[in-house]
Design a protein around this ligand. Structure first.
Ligand code: SF4
Ligand code: SF4
Length: 265
């Protein structure tokens, strides 16, 4: 099968499962086992067809590498724009479950070992935007794809190069630290965090919230406070899992109950 067809299958998978995930979350039918199955399928597609890995496609667009993209640049740009729009509407389901790079880190973090949690969002935020600038500069001015240094392609294609072991180390680090590549380096993650800040559907507190702070302590990205914009919410469900009050946290459309909670304060 042609390279372009692999990309298309991966993109259609991401598109269909984005809506599946949205419906599961919105109707409160999401279960952890379902998330794990989707993560496993996503990782499998990463190894089988190296798709849907949008960060890699983004790099090939910056490099104007038509062969690497597997088709016209315009189509790849439209695909990325669709994911950005969907993330604006419904949150980061792509990053949360449908990107093989993110999925392998998410599953690794489920391994029951002690976790290291950063106290704030500043360091990952600055690191990722600094890397974004270097990534764009190197791509446009030097025609260098520095994402290759992280070994994403070699890892999923089982090419045992030095870069393969870089990504393997990132996977190992993900046992202890939540999504190190996504939060510190991913250029598409930097891009998608902008529309995600204004996502129309997101996890919100309702009037039932007793402000016990359990969700804030459970969130691996420090995005569970009332004022947090959810730019780094990977829809992992941990905050909802630990909430002791039924209905105090809901994945719902912006503009409803959370406003009433703000007025009450
Ligand atoms: S932040 Fe980047 S690597 Fe992580 S899940 Fe999103 S697109 Fe994939
Ligand atoms: S704990 Fe909640 S707010 Fe934090 S990343 Fe997971 S789903 Fe998003």
């Amino acid at each position: 099968m042609a390279y372009l067809e692999f990309r298309f299958i991966g993109f259609m998978y991401a598109l269909v499962f984005f809506f599946v995930l949205f419906v599961l979350w919105y109707t409160k039918r999401w279960r952890r086992w379902q998330g794990i199955v989707i993560l496993a399928i996503t990782i499998g597609l990463g190894f089988l067809i190296f798709s849907p890995i949008i960060p890699w496609q983004f790099q090939q667009i910056v490099l104007r590498d038509i062969q690497g993209i597997g088709g016209p640049i315009g189509i790849a740009v439209i695909g990325i724009l669709i994911m950005l729009v969907l993330s604006f509407l419904f949150g980061r389901f792509y990053c949360g479950y449908l990107c093989p790079v993110g999925a392998v880190q998410e599953l690794s973090y489920l391994v029951p070992v002690p976790k290291f949690r950063l106290k704030n969002k500043t360091i990952p935020y600055l690191s990722r935007w600094a890397f974004f600038l270097v990534f764009i500069g190197a791509g446009i001015m030097l025609s260098q794809g520095i994402l290759s240094l992280f070994g994403i392609r070699d890892f999923f294609n089982l090419i045992f190069s030095a870069a393969f072991f870089v990504f393997l180390a990132i996977v190992g680090l993900s046992f202890f630290l939540y999504r190190p590549f996504c939060r510190f380096f991913c250029p598409f993650g930097a891009l998608v965090s902008i529309p995600a800040m204004g996502s129309r559907f997101r996890i919100q507190r309702t009037d039932a919230c007793i402000e016990c702070g359990k969700c804030e302590r459970a969130c691996p990205t420090n995005e569970a406070k009332l004022a947090d914009l959810k730019a780094e919410c990977y829809l992992c469900h941990r905050c909802l899992d630990v909430c002791p009050v039924e209905g105090a946290l809901e994945y719902t459309r912006v503009g409803g109950r959370v406003n009433r909670l703000k007025k009450k304060e």
